[in-house]
Ligand binder design. Structure first.
Ligand code: FAD
Ligand code: NAD
Length: 403
C-alpha cells in the first residue's frame, strides 16, 4: 500500500500575517494532514503596531513581544529561527541564511516591510528607521544618552535635545505623541528645562495625516503643539546628514536624533525573488496568490490590493494582514482538499491612532473619536489582536488596560 505523502506548508515571517496563518491553519487542518513550518528571524513575535511606545520609552519593549512557542502549537508547527535570503519560485524552495534550503508545496510569504526613503540620501546612515524591537530599544537608549550627554559638555549643544520626526503619517504622529508625553518626565529626570527641547515633525504633503479626517488631524496637531511639537508641513526633507536634516527649501535643522517614518515598501526578498512588484509589494490575485503561482500566497505588507471604491491601494496595515491570514488558512485547506478557493474581502473597521497618555484620534465605522474614548478604542483594538492570536489567556498576560 502506498501512503500519500503529506504536503509541506512553509510560512515566512512571524508577524501579524505569519502568526495568524500559523495559528489558524493548525485549527483548519486535521491531525497529520500537512507538515507546517514557520520561519522567522527571531524566536519571538513582536507587535509592530505597539513599537512607537518602547521606541519613545513609554513602555518596556518586552511587553510588545512574546515567545513564538508560547502562542503557536509547536507540536503541530516546526519553527525555524533563521533569515530568509531568497525564494526560488520555480523550484519550490527557499534559501535560509544558516539552515540552507527548505522545500515547499505551498508557501505563505508574510515578511513585512522596510522603510521607504523615496531616494532621500543618508536615511540608513544617519536616522533611526527600524520599527523592530531592536530598533525601538536603540532609539530609546540613544534618546536617554542625549539627555545624559547634554549636561556633561562644557558647552551644551542644542542638537542633542532636538528631535526630528520625518513624516506626519500615522507612525510619525504616534511616535511624537509618545515622545512629547514623556518629555516633561525626561527633562525632570536629567535636570534639563523643558524649554531647551525642540521637537519637529516634518511632512512633505500639504497636511499631516494626508487623507484622514481634517477635524481629527486638527485635534491631533493642536494637542501636540500644546506639548511643544513644531510642525513643518508641505516641507519635504531632501537629505539626512550626520548633523541633522536638509529641507527642500534649503533650510538645515541640526539634530542628533532623526526618526524616519515616511512610509514603507515590501521586504527586499520579494524583489530579489523576481516577483513582479511595485515598491516591493506584489499585486496579488483575489485569492491572495501571486500571479502565475498556484501555490504561493503573499500577504501583509508584501502584498498590494486595490480598493475598487477609491481605485487606490489599501494601506499596508496589521488589520488587513490578519484578515488576509484567515483567508489564506482557509485557502490552504481548500487546496489540500481540492476545493475551490475563497476570495479575500477586506473588512476595514476603521483607523485609530494613539497620541500618548490617554489621548488618541480615530474613525470607527462612521463615528469620529477623540481623546479618552479614542484611547479606550485603541487599547481594545490592541487587545483584540491578542485575543485573535492567543485567546483570553494572552489578553490577560499581555493586554492593555483600556481605562
Ligand atoms: P510584520 O508584522 O512586520 O511581520 C514580519 C515578520 O517577518 C517579522 O517577525 C520579521 O522579524 C520577520 N522577517 C522580516 N524579514 C525576514 C527575513 N528576511 N527572514 C525571516 N524573517 C523575517 N497597522 C494597523 O492596522 N494598526 C495600527 O495601529 C498600526 N500601528 C503601527 C504602528 C507602528 C509604529 C508601525 C511601524 C506600524 C503600524 N501598523 C499598524 C502597520 C502594521 O504594523 C503592519 O502593516 C503589519 O505589521 C504588517 O504585518 P506583516 O505580517 O506583513 O509584517
Ligand atoms: P505613511 O505612508 O502613512 O506616511 C508617511 C508620511 O511621510 C506621508 O504623509 C508622506 O507624505 C510623508 N513623507 C514622505 N516622504 C517625505 C519626505 N521626504 N519628507 C517629509 N515627509 C515625507 O507611512 P507610515 O506612517 O510609516 O505608516 C505605514 C503604514 O502603517 C500605513 O499604512 C499606516 O496606515 C500604517 N499605520 C497605521 C497606524 C494606525 O492605524 N494607528 C499607525 C502607524 C502606521
Amino acid at each position: 500500500m502506498k501512503l500519500a505523502t503529506k504536503p509541506n506548508i512553509l510560512i515566512l515571517g512571524a508577524g501579524y500575517g505569519g502568526m495568524v496563518t500559523a495559528t489558524k491553519i493548525t485549527k483548519e487542518l486535521g491531525h497529520n494532514q500537512a507538515n507546517i513550518t514557520l520561519v522567522s528571524k527571531h524566536d519571538y513575535h513582536y507587535q509592530t503596531t505597539w513599537l512607537h511606545e518602547p521606541a519613545a520609552g513609554t513602555m518596556h519593549h518586552d511587553r510588545t513581544r512574546m515567545q513564538i512557542s508560547d502562542v503557536v502549537d509547536i507540536n503541530k508547527v516546526n519553527f525555524i529561527q533563521d533569515e530568509v535570503v531568497n525564494i526560488h519560485r520555480e523550484e519550490n524552495k527557499v534559501s535560509l541564511k544558516n539552515t540552507g534550503e527548505v522545500e515547499f508545496d505551498y508557501l505563505v510569504t508574510a515578511l513585512g516591510a522596510v522603510p521607504e526613503t523615496f531616494g532621500v540620501g543618508g536615511v540608513f546612515e544617519h536616522s533611526f528607521n527600524k520599527w523592530t524591537v531592536n530598533g525601538a530599544r536603540q532609539l530609546k537608549e540613544h534618546t536617554e544618552y542625549m539627555f545624559a550627554k547634554y549636561n556633561n559638555e562644557p558647552e551644551p549643544r542644542e542638537e542633542y535635545l532636538t528631535f526630528v520626526v520625518a513624516g506626519a503619517g500615522f507612525t510619525g504622529m504616534e511616535f511624537i505623541g509618545e515622545l512629547s508625553e514623556r518629555m516633561p518626565k525626561l527633562c525632570k529626570e536629567y535636570d534639563i528645562p523643558l524649554n531647551k527641547v525642540k521637537m519637529y515633525v516634518i511632512e512633505a504633503a500639504p497636511t499631516a495625516l494626508p487623507g484622514f479626517d481634517p477635524e481629527l488631524v486638527e485635534y491631533a496637531m493642536n494637542l501636540l503643539e500644546n506639548r511643544g511639537v513644531e510642525f513643518k508641513i508641505n516641507t519635504p526633507i531632501s537629505e539626512v546628514t550626520a548633523d541633522g536634516v536638509t529641507l527642500k527649501d534649503g533650510e538645515e535643522i541640526k539634530s542628533s536624533t532623526v526618526i524616519w517614518a515616511t512610509g514603507v515598501r515590501g521586504n527586499p526578498v520579494i524583489e530579489k525573488a523576481g516577483f513582479e512588484n511595485m515598491r516591493g509589494r506584489v499585486k496579488v490575485e483575489k485569492d491572495l496568490r501571486a500571479p502565475g503561482h498556484d501555490n504561493i500566497f503573499i500577504i501583509g505588507d508584501c502584498s498590494l490590493m486595490i480598493n475598487e471604491e477609491t481605485e487606490r491601494p489599501y494601506p499596508p496595515t496589521a488589520q488587513i494582514a490578519m484578515q488576509q491570514a484567515e483567508t489564506v488558512a482557509k485557502n490552504l485547506h481548500a487546496l489540500i482538499k481540492g476545493e475551490s478557493l475563497h476570495e479575500f474581502k477586506p473588512d476595514i473597521k476603521g483607523t485609530v491612532a494613539s497620541l500618548g497618555g490617554k489621548e488618541a484620534i480615530g474613525v470607527v465605522g462612521n463615528k469620529k473619536l477623540f481623546g479618552t474614548s479614542a484611547n479606550f478604542m485603541k487599547k481594545m483594538i490592541d487587545n483584540r489582536y491578542l485575543w485573535i492570536l492567543g485567546g483570553t489567556g494572552l489578553v490577560l498576560k499581555k493586554g492593555k488596560n483600556p481605562f
